[in-house]
Write a protein that binds this ligand. Structure first.
Ligand SMILES: [Fe+2]
Ligand SMILES: [Fe+2]
Length: 389
């Protein structure tokens, strides 16, 4: 049995890894293709904020999911201490007695190979599969391989491969800047955003695409408008425009769901509703929307609470909460008597605009003969005492 082995820290696994794996598969056609993420790679320390071994294993499963022949193994995660290749190979020999193992590596790894722990024992157990840009490095690798063969009896097979210009370090640096998605398999990117590994922030175009899938098509213009209005208000009032956009994009994400579905979501997230919430089911989507935004898209506290309070407001509203409350109220597709005044006021005096918005809502609720929501009443009296103070 022929087994190819591809190891690494995969921090994160990216499309460059996938392309290398595909080249090796096409060249070698092994019976099994094993991908083995390292728990603690011995050659380098993982940068702070990196996902742990278990999480990188899950990211690898997503990254290599398009290759049904590839198996991601948790072999190195089950051992304590640094992940040495020699220990992994011993374990593989135990699991697959008599198999021919091909250990895949980049040509740079081949050059430092003599520094690996137990490298001569490794060479006695495996064939090395070295990725080579033929025209550029073929001769150099041949010479190096010949040297390893003559000195240690190594077997080396060259795998022609033009690497993609992707590097884990650059990807980790790009992710907090809302970039880097194009370097990653979709599922990997979604998982990184969901758990905000590497302090990643979502690309807004990606977030829109994902969020709109939850909406009725007829609601999309409102959500687009809310995003634009929130970002504009954030720039006007000194908040983070991208976070405001995130909140705008996600604020109505559960609006399509009916009340039983909303209640089911609350149950799933362990959220207990008050009688008042149950009596005003139209406000529940703000609660479930915030929960889904955090669970599925990893939003931080500021965006979470901006979504949570976008229908009722509350006492002690923070800046982003006021911005999203107002953006939802007066975004460009809204058309009702007084909306122009709200738009003008929100650019001049944000607190006065929220106060007016709350007053209008409470009046409307009163004319419909419904009880006011206590959070809105508290928000209004807080704002009034605030403005007097
Ligand atoms: Fe809403
Ligand atoms: Fe809305």
């Amino acid at each position: 049995m022929d087994i190819a082995i591809y190891g690494g820290s995969f921090n994160p696994p990216h499309l460059g890894h996938a392309a290398a794996v595909r080249s090796a598969w096409e060249q070698l056609r092994p019976d099994r293709f094993l991908i083995i993420p390292a728990a603690v790679p011995p050659h380098k320390r993982l940068p702070p904020g990196s996902p742990d071994g278990q999480a990188r294993l899950e990211l690898c499963r997503l990254a290599f999911a398009p290759f049904p022949w590839a198996e991601v193994l948790d072999l190195e995660l089950q051992r304590d201490g640094p992940s040495y290749t020699i220990d992994t190979l011993s374990e593989l020999h135990r699991r697959f007695p008599g198999a021919r193992l091909t250990l895949l590596m980049g040509s740079d790894m081949l050059r430092s190979f003599e520094q690996w722990r137990g490298f001569s024992r490794i060479l006695a157990q495996v064939r090395l599969g070295v990725f080579v840009r033929e025209e550029k490095e073929g001769d150099a690798v041949c010479k190096f391989a010949a040297n390893l063969r003559d000195t240690y009896g190594a077997q080396v097979v060259q795998i022609p491969h033009v690497p993609l210009p992707l590097h884990s370090t650059a990807i980790r640096d790009a992710l907090p800047q809302r970039r880097g998605r194009e370097a990653l398999e979709d599922g990997v990117y979604a998982a990184i955003i969901r758990r905000r590994f590497y302090q990643a922030q979502p690309e807004l175009s990606w977030l829109r695409e994902r969020a709109y899938a939850w909406l009725k098509p007829s609601r999309i213009p409102h959500v687009r408008g809310c995003e634009a209005a929130a970002a504009a208000l954030a720039r006007r009032w000194g908040a983070d425009a991208d976070l405001a956009a995130e909140a705008g994009i996600l604020h109505d994400i559960t609006k399509k769901l009916d009340t039983p579905e909303q209640l089911e979501l609350c149950r799933r997230y362990g959220c207990t509703l008050t009688q008042e919430d149950l009596d005003s089911p139209k406000t529940i989507h703000a609660i479930t929307g915030a929960l889904v935004a955090r669970d599925q898209f990893g939003v931080g506290d500021a965006v979470y609470s901006a979504i949570r309070w976008h229908t009722t407001g509350r006492a002690d509203m923070r800046l982003l909460e006021k911005i999203v409350y107002m953006a939802d109220y007066m975004e460009p597709t809204r058309d009702f008597p007084g909306v122009e005044r709200l738009r003008r006021l929100s650019g001049e005096d944000l607190d006065a605009a929220v106060e007016l918005g709350l007053t209008m809502t409470l009046e409307e609720i009163k004319t419909r003969g419904l009880p006011p929501h206590s959070q809105s009443v508290e928000a209004l009296s807080w704002l009034r005492s605030h403005s007097k103070g």
